[in-house]
Write a protein that binds this ligand. Structure first.
Ligand code: UDP
Length: 420
């Protein structure tokens, strides 16, 4: 079991944030940090690496610490059968009709009970991310619980299709002091305090910081890609997961390549709380067999520089998700001034304005032709594609940087703790 007291962000780096987000934004953060100086915030999730939650926490916790909060981040540990159950639950909450095995609930509670020792009794705020560790709230002694504020952050696309699971989730989540969603669309009508906080990217992380051109070239070369200047590169970065739309990207690519030479790269990787990766990767490998211009990479979860380089090398970013809690990869692509074509679902339309900084297409199989048409349009109109990319970066700068995300969270902490 791990306990992370991450190092605060160094002063030099805070200046870099100010240079990107504006001095005023940073001043506001410092003021909020003063109001909350010394409060103990414990973040808990189910994976240290892989996926959007880990991506955000890696940047969030050091920044909160540098603003004066005593923030820590713990990760629950459990056997594979727990993660198989919670992934089924996750898929079900996102609308897949595979009812989770009720026996799994025992595995769920056992694992949450076993992880209760991670809880910091002295925490002022316990910030629990996603359904996997949500059950921890049942194992905090009442005399400790009454002194704390518990927040549940839902990062997934709640699709409201399955009342049964919602019943199970509802009785659990209503024990929290507040729930936070990535979109108002996901908010269930439960009797509790709720807030929407849009996710964010860290412009200074290894995933998003500027990279020298030679590094981008070196990474592309290392993985055998053709020079995207010669053969345009379509890129999908996502866990190999049934909702991410890999098949749609592949089919759309097959249509486009009949008319315009291009290459498709799909990069995914393992997250310790996601057991589906290998099977979906293997299915895709089979489907892509014999297609020379398709590259499938299953990379280790810390391949941030590689992904940064691919995103910078890409001509167009694809995110044809069928369900999507937010889709950090959309913002990541936009930050690198790329036009993004995404499924019109979940958190994606909050980032892409159709025809302005990218295109939205019908999610799933029905969107394949639309996606192929949009890809062709952008490949045939490179100056428009570049303009969309520039607008995408502006969108991220205005709305999706970590500085805004931390500000929203600190405002919520302040309200919950009644510190005005
Ligand atoms: N990611 C990664 N390696 C991969 C696949 C994804 O580092 O092989 C990162 C990706 O760059 C992004 C995050 O994982 O930062 C995925 O977040 P998103 O919100 O797009 O999706 P999630 O996985 O949380 O559903």
């Amino acid at each position: 079991m791990e306990l992370t007291h991450a190092k605060p962000v160094p002063a030099e780096r805070l200046k870099e944030y100010a240079a990107i987000a504006g001095q005023e934004e940073m001043e506001e953060l410092y003021r909020l940090g003063e109001d909350l100086r010394g409060i103990k915030v414990q973040h808990i999730n189910s994976a240290r690496h892989g996926g959007g939650v880990a991506e955000m926490l890696h940047s969030l916790v050091p920044l909160e610490r540098s603003l004066g909060l005593d923030a820590t981040w713990e990760v629950i540990q459990a056997r594979q059968e727990f993660f198989i159950y919670t992934k089924t639950l996750h898929n079900f909450l996102q609308g897949k009709p595979n009812i989770p095995d009720l026996l799994g609930t025992k595995i769920y509670w056992d694992a949450n009970r076993e992880n209760a020792s991670l809880l910091r009794n002295e925490a002022d705020i316990v910030f629990v991310h996603d359904p996997q560790p949500a059950g921890l709230i049942e194992f905090i002694p009442p005399e400790v619980r009454e002194k704390q504020k518990w927040l549940w952050r839902c990062h997934i696309h709640l699709s409201h299709e399955h009342e049964f699971v919602f019943g199970f989730m509802r009785s659990l989540i209503e024990k929290y002091d507040a729930a936070v969603y990535s979109s108002g669309k996901f908010m269930p009508p439960w009797s509790m305090t709720t807030a929407v906080i849009l996710p964010y990217i860290d412009p200074l992380s290894e995933k998003n910081r500027e990279l020298p051109e030679e590094k981008v070239k070196e990474v592309c070369c290392r993985y055998g890609l053709e020079d995207p200047g010669q053969r345009p590169l379509l890129l999908l970065v996502s866990r190999f997961d049934p909702f991410k739309g890999h098949n749609c990207a592949l089919e759309a690519f097959k249509m486009v390549r009949k008319e315009i030479p291009c290459q498709l790269l799909m990069v995914g990787g393992t997250a310790s709380d996601d057991p589906e990766n290998e099977a979906i990767f293997a299915q895709l490998q089979e489907k892509a067999q014999g297609l020379e211009e398709v590259y499938l990479l299953n990379l280790p979860p810390d391949s941030h520089t590689e992904i940064n380089a691919f995103q910078r090398a890409a001509t167009i970013i694809l995110q044809p998700s069928i369900k999507e809690g937010f889709g950090l990869t959309v913002c990541e692509g936009m930050w690198k001034e790329k036009p993004v074509i995404g499924g019109d679902t979940g958190g994606i339309p909050g980032q892409i304005t159709d025809g302005y900084n990218g295109f939205l297409v019908t999610p799933g199989e029905k969107g394949i032709e639309e996606m192929a048409r949009r890809i062709k349009y952008l490949l045939l109109n490179p100056s428009l594609a570049r303009e969309m990319g520039r607008r995408g970066k502006k969108t991220v700068k205005e709305r999706f940087l970590i500085t805004r995300g931390v500000k929203d969270e600190l405002l919520l902490f302040r309200a919950l703790l009644g510190r005005f």
